[in-house]
Design a binder for this molecule. Structure first.
Ligand SMILES: C[S@@+](CC[C@H](N)C(=O)[O-])C[C@H]1O[C@@H](n2cnc3c(N)ncnc32)[C@H](O)[C@@H]1O
Length: 228
């Protein structure tokens, strides 16, 4: 931890991949002004959406199909997605534009850095981390987004009772998440047996989940609420 109680900078939880954009994604880039937040002051519903609807923040939405599906299905909630992958950012702008989703905005870059800069304490009703990079090699475990330091940091952005929802298809990471979250102060596991949670109806199938299922993997959801 830094002196201010914030996670130390430097370890990236992602790899920036350069990929060319499809035609739809080029069109999506033209819509950045509408959907991509560039002049953020504070990440909260009041500042971003000018209303008080509950706010969901998704870290690492990939190509964003599930984020779009959730924003469309739950117009009474606001959604902010953060991603570093440019084709995904452009694709979400394209899809949000087609559907005119006024309850969705996205941010480009490292979610942990954005939260450090613009996060507002207790502003999130739900924090989503779906199929994060599992970093399976032992020497890469330090790059896993779920670790004791990060989950303590993320806790402060949840409102009391707000939920941190994780899902993964990588069993060793699922067990790691359960151990980290079970030991993290001031979170309570919403699974009745203190283990994994049944998949909530609001979570659509994601691209990486489908990939995992196609490879014969299981799926593990974890829901932990901020206790105080
Ligand atoms: C394995 S993919 C999963 C994508 C999507 N959630 C899904 O289930 O299809 C993980 C994504 O998280 C993004 N990511 C990882 N760390 C991130 C961070 N610190 N901030 C923003 N995005 C991040 C990566 O760029 C990648 O697109």
């Amino acid at each position: 931890m830094s002196g201010a109680g914030l996670p130390l900078r430097g370890i990236q939880t992602f790899v920036r991949r350069s990929s060319s954009l499809t035609q739809q994604q080029h069109q999506g880039r033209q819509l950045y002004g509408q959907w991509l937040l560039t002049d953020v002051r504070r990440l909260c519903s009041e500042d971003v959406f000018a209303n008080t609807q509950p706010l969901t923040l998704e870290i690492g939405f990939g190509m964003g199909q599930s984020l779009i599906a959730m924003a469309e299905a739950e117009p009474e909630r606001n959604f902010i997605g953060i991603e570093v992958h440019r084709p995904g950012l452009a694709q979400v702008c394209y899809e949000a534009g087609r559907r005119q989703l006024s309850n969705l905005r996205i941010l480009e870059g490292d979610a942990l850095q954005h939260l450090r800069q613009y996060g507002v304490a207790a502003s999130l009703d739900r924090l989503q981390l779906f199929f994060p990079d599992p970093w399976p090699k032992k020497r890469h475990h330090k790059r896993r987004l779920v670790n004791a330091e990060n989950v303590a940091f993320l806790h402060t952005y949840l409102r009391p009772g707000g939920v941190f929802h994780m899902a993964t298809d990588w069993e060793p990471y699922a067990q790691w998440m359960l151990e980290v979250m079970s030991q993290a102060p001031a979170y309570v596991n919403l699974a009745a047996d203190g283990g994994f949670h049944p998949r909530p109806a609001y979570r659509p199938l994601t691209k990486f989940e489908k990939r995992g299922l196609d490879s014969g993997h299981g799926i593990w959801d974890l829901l932990f609420a901020r206790q105080d």
